[in-house]
Design a protein around this ligand. Structure first.
Ligand code: NAD
Ligand code: UDP
Length: 336
């Protein structure tokens, strides 16, 4: 089976490409390299022995993107391409709507024209907005996210719902990722943020290698067991496997399907710091700061649906993820 992977040189995309190759899929990557590097292809080749076909194309460039569909034939698409920084999306909402919605509408038009009937979409736990209760279930209401980035996910979910309602042969999986962390166990691929990391794990690994002084913990008075924020951290290799399981589901022609991809377990910031220290032997100094605006106290998934319908479950724990993220950071102190 030949699969188009948009955003395939990114953090989650590259890991998924490896799993696809390991499962004998043929992969074609389209990425504009706005948030990733071409060197990722060398590393995928080192790990798998296969160099995926690559097009440096912006999915918002309809003609260039159409050129890829004219040259290649696909049976399915995994659509990772998108801008993903929550804070930046508040400052640059127009760029976020244009990029994330424009790339997706081009993709869906081209899938229609060229008869491609299956798409896996990278959605996010952010579509649940401020949760009324946790864990979150797939049929919990999706009303409004708390920032423009999240709104693009809500809107694209809606577009895919409408597209599936209009075309009974179209299959779309909305995968709501919780918090992806970790790295490829080889240390060759991992999260490679530009500038100061916003997310917890890359910040911790940069403190661990001495690139940052200390971690700032955003608030310790939340209604959680130790007062710090609780999230559902999932190892990126598990997440990648979830995409392979989803492709297998889509060939059964299910129409629109929605899955939470998480571990089902909440971990607080302090628990994560302790786990990191235990897994790596490196001490992480921290200070307690005011809560970060827009943060929710606790957010974690119920993942029974993915277990039941996809036969998929996260295998790794936060200790594995801390070890792998640190290994990647040590081997790539200045990124890929
Ligand atoms: P990433 O930035 O590492 O990967 C996204 C890739 O898409 C990058 O390589 C970037 O160059 C590419 N891209 C962006 N716009 C493009 C365009 N117009 N045309 C072609 N390529 C384009 O991000 P990631 O963490 O791997 O996330 C992948 C997907 O998963 C994104 O859609 C993101 O919103 C979603 N997601 C990520 C997280 C997370 O915490 N990492 C959580 C939930 C959902
Ligand atoms: N966090 C923190 N310090 C940081 C980055 C994050 O205390 O430098 C906390 C944050 O408040 C949240 C958790 O770590 O409770 C996860 O944050 P992240 O940004 O990684 O994920 P998100 O909040 O988007 O789920």
């Amino acid at each position: 089976m030949r699969v188009l992977v948009t955003g395939g040189t990114g953090f989650i995309g590259s890991e998924t490409v490896i799993k696809l190759i390991e499962n004998k899929y043929e992969v074609v990557i389209v990425d504009n390299l706005s948030n990733s590097k071409e060197a990722v292809l060398d590393r995928i080749e080192t790990i798998t022995g296969v160099r995926p076909t690559f097009y440096k194309v912006d999915c918002c460039d309809y003609e260039a993107f159409r050129g890829v569909f004219e040259k290649e034939k696909f049976e399915a698409v995994i659509h990772f391409a998108g801008l993903k920084a929550v804070g930046e999306s508040v400052v640059k909402p127009i760029e976020y709507y244009a990029n994330n919605l424009g790339s997706t509408s081009n993709l869906l038009l081209l899938m229609k024209e060229f008869g491609v009937k299956s798409i896996v979409f990278s959605s996010s736990a952010t579509v649940y907005g401020i949760p009324k209760r946790v864990p979150l279930f797939e049929d919990d209401p999706v009303l409004s996210a708390t920032n423009p980035y999240g709104e693009t996910k809500v809107m694209i979910e809606r577009i895919l719902e409408d597209a599936c309602a209009a075309d009974k042969n179209l299959n779309a999986a909305l995968l709501r990722y919780f918090n992806p962390i970790g790295a490829h166990p080889s240390g060759l691929l991992g999260e490679d943020p530009n500038g100061i990391p916003n997310n917890l794990m890359p910040y911790i690994t940069q403190v661990a290698i001495g690139k940052r002084d200390h971690l700032r913990i955003w608030g310790n008075t939340y209604p959680t067991p130790d007062g710090t924020g609780v999230r559902d951290y999932i190892h990126v290799v598990d997440l990648a496997e979830g995409h392979v399981a989803t492709l297998k589901k889509l060939v059964t022609n299910p129409g629109l399907v929605v899955y939470n991809l998480g571990t089902g377990k909440g971990t607080s910031v302090l628990e994560m710091v302790n786990a990191f220290e235990k897994a790596t032997g490196v001490k992480i100094p921290y200070t307690i700061e005011e809560p970060r605006p827009g943060d929710v106290a606790a957010n974690y998934a119920n993942c029974d649906k993915a277990a039941k319908e996809l036969g998929w479950k996260a295998k790794y724990d936060i200790f594995d993820a801390c070890r792998d993220a640190y290994n990647f950071q040590q081997k790539n102190p200045n990124g890929i």
